[in-house]
Structures are given as structure tokens and as C-alpha cells.
Ligand binder design. Structure first.
Ligand SMILES: [Zn+2]
Length: 418
């Protein structure tokens, strides 16, 4: 019986061709794999010893701890930094509804050049319409943006915060109000369901129900700009609040020594504390005390950066109020005698927290990588571990000052200092 008389012989030729095609595809894939494999080495930020990280297709595939490094430059290798509270940068604010692709590029590349590989644009208190417009705009910008890989969602800080002076900080009283779930749901859907964290004052009417609903959507609930005392803070924690927003700030200058919002937040281990360690927002002693109380695993560094960061000292208008940026870099709302955000990046927080508390470089970096990643359930980043996305930084740390030399996002070099 000849081959062509075999039943089903007509399938043999296509089968043969398919096998050749599969083989060709396989060899192309392995070539691609070769091309996408890279190795980065440095001194591991936690112990100062050599580390070599193998990256395949943007993820960490292997970690080696060689005796010595092949390169002579001994830079420190750490995960990319994560800042979950940035209101703006380089003159651009996330509230306004007019941020464009060019501005998003400028801001994100600006962060990359300083080692921040993930951030949460933070939208602060404003009118319902303005927040809606801002979320719609940001969502649209992120739709197919290359920079979305560094923006894991948004943080809404306000408008559901304390109306009391001091606790309210620089948020405009006109727009501060009680929690309104209907309003929030509209913002949430305008944001493309990207609101990941909400800062709220738990003493407000309807706050507990609001927290419960946020938790149903897996939104991280933060206590902040709150005049709440122990009962409301405890209740908020029971309902699922897990973090204090810039603890020690968004607080009146004069408080009761026993009954104030700080003790219950410090006392409860279920709350992680985020703190601004720019040297203006908290004293050295406050930072030391908060750090000793919460420990290196439950402290998170945030910048609370505003659009004025990266701009020269002077007088500015923001959200209908006059702000002053001092020569030293403090941003003040003079009419209320309060700080209005910060001008220093999270890297300054890392430098200062080491100076103020005597913690190790490894602990300080973890407060800006591993800890925020855990808080925000970012399982793909925040650590140098097999399987994580290769968001990495190489930096020099000399005389207490940190200088980023190289930044990788998803294994790709996005910044390199010449
Ligand atoms: Zn604030």
C-alpha cells in the first residue's frame, strides 16, 4: 500500500509543515529569551555584600551571592522605591484635570531619575466636579501609557477629613465634608477603579460605613487629618483601617496630653505609620519615638510631595490659597500657620530616618520599598526576590547622602547617570 493510499494521508503534509513552524518558533523564542536576559550586580542593600541578579523578560529569575563582583564600582543594589503619597512634582499637580501625557512623562521620568519606580498620584480635597474631572483625565492618560507601569493606582486624601483648623492642615475648608459614598463611587468609576487608598477622618458622620464599603473593594483605608479619639480610631481599625497618613501631621498644634489622636494610633500594632521625614514635618524626637513604637516593619516613608517640589523658593497660588516656599524648602500656608506638603523626595526621608533614629540603611530602604508594597498588596514588587518584577536601583551612599546612579523598571534601564 502506497503512502498516498493511507487513510488520512492528506493530513501528513500539513502536520509536517506545522512541526517545522513550531521548531522555527521555538528557536526564535529562545533567541528572544537570550536577548532579554540581563545581569545586574552590586552590594546588597541589607548586608553590604555582593549580589548578582539575573533578569529574564523583566522579572528576577535568579539571585546569586558571589564572593566578589566582576565590576570594580561598588554601588548598592536595592529594590526601586515606592512612594504612596505624591500630590505633584515639577510644577504639575494631580488635581486639576489638565495634566497631559507630556507632564505625566516628565513627572514619572523625574521620579525614575531619583529611584522612585512606583508611586500613587495623590488627589487632595477639592470640589466633586474637580475630582471627577481629575480622575477621568488621569484614567484616560494611563489607558495605554508606558508610564502606567509605575503608577499602581491613586490615593484620595480628603475631602472626607476633619474641618477643624490644624487637623485639616492646608486642605480648603470650603470643600471639606462628611463621607459620601455616592460621590466616591462616581470618582471610583471615573478613575477606572484605580483608587487604591483613601485617607479619611473616622470621627465623621458615616465614616465607619464608608470604611466598610472601601474594604469591600479592597481599598486601603488610612486614618489622617483626623481629630478622632480612641473610640473612633479603634472602631476604624476594627472596620479595616490599616495605616496612619503622615502620622503627627494633619494635627492641631496644641492637643490634650491624654486624649488626642496620636496615642491610640501609636498604641495599636494593627496600624502601620506613614511618616514624612523631610526635617520639617516632624521633629527628630517625634521620628525616633514613632519609629521605636512602630518598629522597622510597620513604618513607611512618604514624601507628600507637591507640585512646588523642584521649583524655586517664592510665593505661589495653590487651590485658591497663597503658599510660600522657603529657601530651606519648607512649603507653608501662612494664613493657617501650617505646612502644605513637602518639597523633598522620599530619598531625603531615607537619609534623615537613618540620621534621626540610627536605623540601618537596609531598614530605611525597606520603609520605602517592602513595607509600602505590603500595605498596598503589590505582590510583584518591593523586594529583590525571584519572581518579582525587576524594579531595581543602584546607588551610592556616602556620608549619609544617597545618590541614585541607575534605575530599572521591569528590567529595563530607565535612568542612568553618566
Ligand atoms: Zn495631608
Amino acid at each position: 500500500m502506497s503512502l498516498k493510499n493511507l487513510p488520512g494521508h492528506k493530513f501528513y503534509l500539513p502536520l509536517f509543515i506545522s512541526i517545522i513552524l513550531i521548531c522555527c518558533k521555538k528557536s526564535t523564542e529562545s533567541m528572544d529569551e537570550d536577548r532579554e536576559k540581563s545581569v545586574i550586580e552590586g552590594l546588597y542593600y541589607e548586608d553590604g555584600l555582593p549580589i548578582q541578579v539575573v533578569i529574564i523578560e523583566g522579572n528576577i529569575s535568579e539571585i546569586n551571592r558571589p564572593e566578589s563582583l566582576e565590576t570594580s564600582t561598588a554601588l548598592i543594589l536595592a529594590p526601586g522605591l515606592i512612594d504612596h503619597q505624591v500630590n505633584g512634582y515639577l510644577s504639575h499637580s494631580f488635581v486639576g484635570g489638565d495634566l497631559d501625557a507630556e507632564a505625566l512623562k516628565e513627572v514619572t521620568e523625574g521620579f525614575w531619575s531619583k529611584g522612585i519606580t512606583t508611586y500613587l498620584p495623590t488627589l487632595t480635597t477639592h470640589t466633586y466636579e474637580m475630582l471627577l474631572k481629575s480622575f477621568e483625565n488621569l484614567n484616560q492618560l494611563l489607558e495605554d501609557s508606558y508610564f502606567a507601569q509605575s503608577i499602581v493606582g491613586f490615593h484620595l486624601e480628603g475631602p472626607f477629613i476633619s474641618p477643624e483648623a490644624g487637623y485639616r492642615g492646608a486642605h480648603n475648608l470650603e470643600w471639606v465634608r462628611d463621607p459620601d459614598w455616592e460621590e466616591f463611587e462616581k470618582w471610583y468609576s471615573a478613575s477606572g477603579n484605580r483608587i487604591k487608598e483613601v485617607t479619611i477622618a473616622p470621627e465623621l458622620e458615616g465614616a465607619m460605613e464608608f470604611i466598610r464599603k472601601c474594604r469591600e473593594k479592597d481599598i486601603v483605608v488610612a486614618i489622617g487629618h483626623a481629630a478622632a479619639l480612641t473610640p473612633d480610631i479603634n472602631k476604624a481599625i476594627e472596620m479595616g483601617a490599616t495605616v496612619s497618613t503622615h502620622l503627627g501631621n494633619g494635627c492641631a498644634n496644641t492637643i490634650h496630653r491624654h486624649h488626642n489622636p496620636l496615642w491610640p494610633q501609636l498604641a495599636d500594632d494593627r496600624l502601620t505609620a506613614s511618616i514624612i521625614v523631610d526635617g520639617f514635618h516632624l521633629t527628630r524626637e517625634e521620628v525616633r519615638t514613632f519609629f521605636k513604637t512602630k518598629g522597622p516593619e510597620n513604618t513607611i516613608l512618604v514624601s507628600d510631595l507637591t507640585r512646588l517640589a523642584g521649583m524655586p523658593p517664592g510665593r505661589y497660588q495653590d487651590f485658591g490659597q497663597e503658599l510660600v516656599m522657603t529657601e530651606e524648602g519648607a512649603i507653608m500656608l501662612l494664613s493657617e500657620n501650617v505646612l502644605a506638603g513637602a518639597s523633598f523626595l522620599i530619598t531625603r526621608g531615607i537619609e534623615n530616618v537613618i540620621k534621626f533614629t540610627g536605623c540601618t540603611l537596609g531598614e530605611a530602604i525597606n520603609m520605602a520599598t517592602k513595607n509600602p508594597a505590603r500595605l498596598l498588596s503589590l505582590h510583584d514588587r518591593g523586594e529583590i526576590a525571584v519572581g518579582k518584577r525587576a524594579d531595581l536601583i543602584l546607588f551610592e551612599f556616602q556620608e549619609g547622602s544617597l545618590e541614585v546612579k541607575k534605575t530599572l523598571v521591569g528590567g529595563e534601564v530607565v535612568f542612568e547617570k553618566e
